[in-house]
Write a protein that binds this ligand. Structure first.
Ligand code: ATP
Ligand code: MG
Length: 388
């Protein structure tokens, strides 16, 4: 119960840090397992176990400290989660995390849950490569495992390019997806309890740049209520079908077809998600609080969006000027604008493309918030596409 227990988390990145903040706000103690001595979550946790994720001593130390354990990233070895689960409640389970770790298993699960995904083929052998149907080209070749922020993906227009791309990726197991003409991208975050209770946040509309999330807007300005409802229903189905316990994000593409707009599941994350960071400042319960609640079997309540919002990701690029010299972004000017919530993850050094923090802008209407977002973009030198 709050005030007594210690909650453990596998992984010390920014998602772990925001989980720790939510858990501590509710009176829990926290323990983080992450090999990095300067990890964002390790820096703010009561305890920090500094070992590799599958290290037997590290796992034993986490079991010793924590009464229940969750994860903040999907690439934690599923065997580690299963080992933890022998001694402590673990949510989400190693089995569902294993599905999310593998694009082929993930897509098969979408299909099993009755949710459409992009036409695809699994490529693990030269025979499977040769048998790829022409209809999947042009496509995107993605490694089945360990991809994030567009890494491990190569666009291919022809068979020759496909063969070269698979070689470049080291002939590891891959999925070839047909390249779809995206009308827009959205995602839905659901939380499901061990008792099967299911709640969801409102659908968020996402803009990616170079494969990395850049902007999230809620309420989704270009999504009809019917499509939003369908996305939420599909995400719930995906969670329920695998007996999921925890917070789950499902990313969707919206594609235009002859019969209208259609939802296509892209991928899912067995944890809170970058596109849900807005929930901290714009909802009455955040995705991280719901992660705490699902882990500790506290009641789930339907979250309410109390303010329209725009979330802007702050990548390391902002820490460099046009000549490549390091600088500090002009936070004072940004924070002078109304409804501006700055979150920095405490990372010691900035690199281009590295997620350093995010800004959530809240206001009385989406129009006001978008106007503020445009001013922030001009102050920070961020592109404003998707907001005008
Ligand atoms: P994440 O950081 O979300 O885990 P990721 O590296 O796993 O990202 P994806 O979500 O598969 O990558 O793809 C990143 C982005 O690339 C998508 O959000 C979309 O903009 C684009 N993209 C991916 N697959 C397709 C596709 N089949 N057709 C068109 N665009 C795509
Ligand atoms: Mg993605």
């Amino acid at each position: 119960m709050p005030g007594h227990a210690t909650l453990g988390v596998m992984g010390g990145g920014q998602l772990g840090r925001m989980f720790v903040h939510a858990a501590q706000a509710m009176g829990y103690r926290t323990a983080v397992l992450d090999p990095d001595s300067a990890s964002p979550a390790g820096l703010v946790s009561h305890q920090h176990v500094r070992t590799a994720y599958a290290d037997a001593d590290g796992l034993a130390a986490l079991i010793e400290s924590a009464d229940a354990i969750t994860t903040e990233f999907e690439n934690v070895p599923a065997v580690a989660l299963r080992a933890l689960a022998e001694r402590r409640p673990v949510a989400p389970s190693g089995d569902v995390v294993a599905i999310c770790q593998d694009r082929a298993a993930e897509k098969a699960h979408f299909v099993a849950a009755g949710v459409a995904c992009a036409p695809y083929a699994v490529i693990e052998t030269a025979e499977q490569l040769a048998a790829v149907p022409d209809a999947l080209l042009p496509g995107i070749l993605k490694t089945a495992r360990l991809g994030y922020d567009g890494k491990g993906q190569i666009g291919v227009a022809t068979r020759e390019e496909l063969i070269a791309a698979w070689a470049l990726l080291g002939q590891v197991p891959c999925v070839l997806e047909q390249r779809l003409a995206l009308h827009l991208e959205l995602s839905v975050i659901v939380a499901r309890g061990a008792d099967g209770a299911l709640v969801n946040f409102p659908v968020q509309q996402n803009l990616h740049r170079d494969g990395i999330l850049a902007v999230t807007q809620v309420p989704a300005p270009d999504v009809s209520p019917a499509l939003a409802e369908e996305a939420a229903r599909c995400a719930g189905q995906i969670a329920a079908q695998m007996g999921y316990v925890g917070v789950l994000c499902v990313e969707f593409f919206v594609v235009r077809t002859e019969s209208g707009l259609r939802l296509v599941a892209n991928e899912m994350a067995p944890r809170p998600h970058n596109s849900g960071h807005y929930t901290i400042d714009a909802c009455d319960v955040s995705q991280f609080e719901l992660q705490v609640r699902t882990l500790t079997a506290l009641p789930l309540v339907a979250p309410r969006l109390h303010s329209p919002c725009v979330m802007l990701n702050l990548l390391g690029d902002l820490w460099f000027d046009a000549e490549g010299r390091e600088r500090t972004p002009c936070w004072d000017a940004v924070l002078a604008l109304p409804g501006t919530h700055l979150h920095l993850y405490g990372k010691a050094s900035a690199r281009p493309g590295r997620k350093m923090g995010h800004l959530t802008l809240t206001g009385a209407s989406l129009a006001t918030v978008r106007a503020t977002a445009l001013r922030v973009c001009s102050l920070l030198g961020l592109p404003s596409d998707g907001l005008v």
